[in-house]
Design a protein. Structure first.
Length: 256
């Protein structure tokens, strides 16, 4: 009940500050762990490999950090939306939920997050909204810092994932808070530009999200899904595993 009571009893200012600390904290910590694993520990042990060998664009990291700071500010302010729904009685939290209920709700929200991301991502690739997605795609070679490198409009579109579920069902606070955590972990892996599953290079295994999303950035279109490929398979937007090989070969030819 501690989480539920805190969310219901906190002021708007407290919620915003907590949101900034929460999103900033998980962004910095997850990205730092990712870089440590993919640029120090795994290469030292010979495990896995970098997916896109090309160098980062000049000024890319600085741009990603600036956009990420804006996204964190927006997500902190955005905490007012679900908090306001609770305060106004438009949504309610489950009281004393069982462990089984928390697990089931978390799974439902995980699947909903996949569908929500795919739908918004496809919209962002339309001619009407593409300009709001281009800042993110300036990171052709991704880094963990690319994760929150979003135009404010894109950040708002992706950040409203909990509002509809909260209006339809009384979720547990734990299940709701799990969404931004597992979303950032998955998103961080997807932008790592590192193959964590070297034995599954070409078979499009379900958990090989880092390879799928690296191909999306390298090719721009296709592989619009988040963690799993089921939405891309349903709508026929799966990229072949070798979709970017020609681009890499051309770069290597020019730089050999």
């Amino acid at each position: 009940m501690m989480i539920e009571s805190f969310l219901l009893e906190s002021s708007a200012t407290e919620i915003i500050v907590l949101g900034w600390l929460f999103f900033g904290g998980i962004y910095l910590s997850f990205a730092a762990v990712n870089r440590l694993l993919t640029r120090v520990i795994f290469p030292a042990t010979g495990y896995g490999h970098v997916l896109d060998p090309r160098p980062l664009a000049p000024g890319q990291l600085k741009r990603e950090w600036l956009f990420s700071a804006t996204t964190i500010l927006l997500y902190g302010l955005g905490m007012l939306a679900p908090w306001g729904m609770l305060q106004l009685g438009w949504a309610h939290l489950a009281q004393e939920p069982s462990t089984a209920r928390i697990i089931l709700e978390s799974l439902v929200l995980f699947i909903w997050n996949e569908a929500h991301f795919y739908a918004n991502h496809r919209l962002l690739h339309t001619k009407w909204l593409m300009r709001f997605h281009l800042p993110h795609h300036r990171s052709v070679i991704t880094t963990p810092w690319s994760t929150y490198s979003l135009h404010p409009v894109e950040a708002l579109m992706l950040g409203n994932v909990l509002l509809l579920p909260m209006a339809l069902h009384d979720f547990s606070a734990t299940a709701l808070l799990s969404v931004p955590i597992f979303s950032l972990i998955v998103n961080n892996i997807g932008h790592s530009n590192y193959n964590f599953l070297p034995w599954a290079d070409k078979d499009r295994w379900w958990l090989n999200s880092s390879r799928r999303h690296h191909l999306h950035h390298a090719c721009y279109h296709g592989n619009y899904g988040f963690m799993f490929p089921f939405m891309d398979r349903i709508f026929g937007t799966v990229l072949p595993a070798d979709a970017a090989d020609g681009r890499f070969a051309e770069w290597q030819r020019k730089n050999s």
